[in-house]
Design a protein around this ligand. Structure first.
Ligand code: EPU
Length: 305
């Protein structure tokens, strides 16, 4: 089946939007890279099951906020799946909040201020969807999703299987979960404590201020590399002299050395090249092999080592 055949078959079954040969760059914060063969915005669990039933041999990629994603300039020969508006709902529960997979974390943090709940202030500065954050155990300021999550539900797009997992079943570690590669997180519950909403709002404002002062504006994917145990990728890259390093339109930020800012003329290939240089520089200077936090979609040239 061609991409067009699969898109036609999907359109018969799903309520969400299905596009063929559609650009992925606008769906990412780097805003570079080529198109996907098919993009589907799922509006129900049935839509997701339809993808599982109909994708055939085509690879699938799950795209959340796109804030941790580099798409190849050649694009992605497969089906990119996003959660649509109907997954952006929330519900106040006895012990916290139930959130749809497409809820943006900053919006969820604002809700906690509105409801007078504390424990999720850290999420205000993380540009991720709740589903993406559950998958990668996103965090900031020493807190992470694993600290607040009670359970989450996922649908495996490889098989169509639905599961609800307790937080202990996620195999959580720093920026890591054991979810299956094709699991889409559709919803989950976070457990929070009661507090004065104004105080919560003040702490959120302080985190946002910290971010403005310590991380660059512009088109980036946040931290390029994970922090190695007991050290900081930003500090190591800074010490290796990488601030201001450039490859084409991609530049290591002068504000924070673990951020790449994509200028308007940047390509995915520029970002890829710069990531390789950053990694080599820290390997040579400090003997540390940094592990990328950014995920890569589509084909990129092989890198030695
Ligand atoms: N540092 C430098 N030079 C730099 C950047 C940082 O010397 O160019 C030093 C800082 O002075 C500080 C240390 O490195 O002593 C750590 O830096 P920072 O406080 O900025 O935190 P980080 O470890 O670089 C982590 C997360 C961020 C998160 C912040 C705040 C990772 C990889 N990054 O950054 O998360 O916002 O803490 O909690 O864990 C992300 O994951 O995309 C992300 C932005």
């Amino acid at each position: 089946m061609t991409a067009r055949d699969i898109a036609d078959a999907l359109r018969v079954r799903v309520t969400g939007r299905v596009e063929v040969d559609a650009p992925l760059a606008p769906l990412t914060t780097f805003r570079v890279g080529g198109p996907a063969d098919v993009i589907i915005e799922a509006e129900s669990e049935d839509d997701l099951r339809a993808v599982a039933d109909l994708h055939g041999d085509m690879p699938i990629a799950i795209v959340g906020r796109g804030s941790n994603l580099l798409v190849s300039d050649d694009g992605f020969r497969g089906i990119a799946v996003r959660l649509g508006r109907s997954f952006r709902d929330h519900e106040r529960t006895d012990r916290g909040l139930q959130l749809g997979g497409a809820v943006q974390l900053p919006a969820a943090a604002r809700l906690t201020s509105r409801y007078g709940l504390t424990g999720f202030e850290f999420a205000a500065e993380i540009p991720a969807t709740f589903g993406g954050a559950v998958r990668m155990n996103a965090g900031a300021h020493g807190r992470c999703i694993a600290d607040v999550l009670s359970w989450a539900s996922a649908i495996d797009l490889a098989t169509g299987e639905s599961r609800t997992l307790d937080v202990d079943d996620f195999g959580y570690a720093y920026r890591h979960s054991e979810l299956r590669p094709m699991d889409v997180v559709t919803r989950g519950e976070i457990v929070l404590e009661d507090d004065d909403g104004k105080e919560v709002g003040r702490r959120i404002a302080a985190f946002l201020r910290w971010r403005r002062e310590n991380q660059p504006p512009g088109r980036s994917a946040g931290s390029v590399f994970k922090n190695p145990p007991d050290d900081s990728a930003g500090r190591l890259l800074d010490a290796a002299g990488m601030k201001g390093a450039r490859a084409g339109g991609a530049e290591v930020s002068e504000v924070h050395a673990n951020f790449i800012v994509a200028n308007p003329d940047a390509t995915a290939s520029d970002v890829w090249t710069l990531i390789g240089r950053m990694r080599s520089a820290v390997r040579e200077k400090a003997g540390v092999d940094l592990e990328p936090e950014v995920l890569f979609l589509g084909a990129f040239p092989e890198v030695e080592g």
